[in-house]
Design a binder for this molecule. Structure first.
Ligand code: DCM
Ligand code: DCM
Ligand code: DCM
Ligand code: ZN
Ligand code: ZN
Length: 265
């Protein structure tokens, strides 16, 4: 996602934190965040091209084989070097630190929190599990209404931007409020299952990646080959997918952080 998508995922997550999670996240956030996780959730995109952070660039996605429309951790996340591996890794860093406050902390836990929050958003962008051959849609040149862009950017930014202009008076907080209402009144029966993992798992990114490539094939790539002009039909049929993935990303980020910081016992 672009900035708006990441902001929305983290803002939604923050509304579902349990008490101990609120406290732990507050402690880890840098002062300039002013208590808002959402304020720092785009940071991994801002730094990924700097020489000292180049190693993080591949952790934003997990490309999958062309036209297979499935995802396999051992195949698509070699040496854990992909968005799902990054989610496992940063979850483990936060767990090991919160389990044993006396152990020497080997990690920068503020960074771990910010990376985990960002990558949990990205794994829910269907084209972040898109095809290797087109770099998750980056090489698919399309027109969004009368603007030249690529399919990946349509899903990172354009669908959200168009929705903001058309329906929300260009107000991101109004759009987020609408998603929060949907979570409360429309998707309320699904929220629990979205957030749950297999027993004893703290993070479970693999099913999220599988869902994403399935949606990429059924919605993102569908009728969007190179040089296509995408307009109202594509926008109206794909916006509900984008909204649901943003909401799911938020719920699953909150559920993961709650399992890390507010374990039941
Ligand atoms: N594990 C890990 N780093 C890896 C592989 C595994 O920290 N690269 C840890 C965390 C997993 C546990 O091992 O929860 C079991 O991994 P797997 O699910 O093999 O079954
Ligand atoms: N895995 C990993 N690092 C972890 C946890 C898991 O590399 N910390 C890898 C090895 C697991 C695979 O992911 O076998 C699938 O994980 P799971 O079965 O836990 O979903
Ligand atoms: N991306 C992707 N798969 C790739 C390469 C990039 O999903 N193989 C994503 C990461 C960014 C966007 O596409 O969200 C643009 O990539 P970059 O910023 O690296 O140009
Ligand atoms: Zn992207
Ligand atoms: Zn990213």
């Amino acid at each position: 996602w672009g900035d708006d998508g990441h902001y929305a995922v983290c803002k939604i997550a923050q509304g579902y934190f349990e008490e101990e999670t609120v406290v732990a996240v507050k402690k880890l956030l840098p002062a300039y965040a002013d208590g808002e996780l959402a304020a720092v959730c785009s940071w991994p995109d801002e730094i990924k091209r700097l020489p000292q952070w180049k190693w993080t660039a591949a952790l934003h996605f997990a490309d999958t084989p062309d036209y297979k429309c499935n995802y396999d951790y051992s195949r698509d996340c070699p040496e854990d070097w992909c968005v799902a591996g990054a989610i496992f890794n940063y979850t483990n860093q936060l767990i090991s630190a919160s389990e044993d406050s006396l152990s020497i902390v080997h990690y920068n836990l503020t960074e771990a929190l910010v990376f985990l929050s960002h990558y949990m958003g990205d794994i829910h962008q269907p084209l972040h599990e898109g095809f290797l051959g087109d770099l998750g849609g980056n090489k698919v040149k399309v027109n969004w209404y009368n603007q030249e862009t690529n399919l990946h950017r349509v899903w990172d930014d354009m669908i959200i931007e168009t929705a903001l202009e058309k329906y929300y008076n260009s107000s991101l907080s109004t759009m987020i409020q609408a998603l929060q209402d949907k979570l409360k009144y429309g998707w309320s029966n699904d929220v629990w299952s979205w957030g749950s993992c297999q027993v004893s798992q703290t993070a479970c990114p693999n099913p999220y990646a599988s869902e994403s490539i399935d949606l990429a094939c059924k919605y993102a790539y569908k009728n969007a080959t190179a040089e296509t002009t995408l307009g109202d039909y594509y926008f109206l049929s794909r916006l509900p997918v984008v909204e649901k993935k943003i909401a799911q990303g938020g719920i699953r980020l909150a559920a993961t952080l709650n399992r890390i910081f507010s374990p039941p016992n």
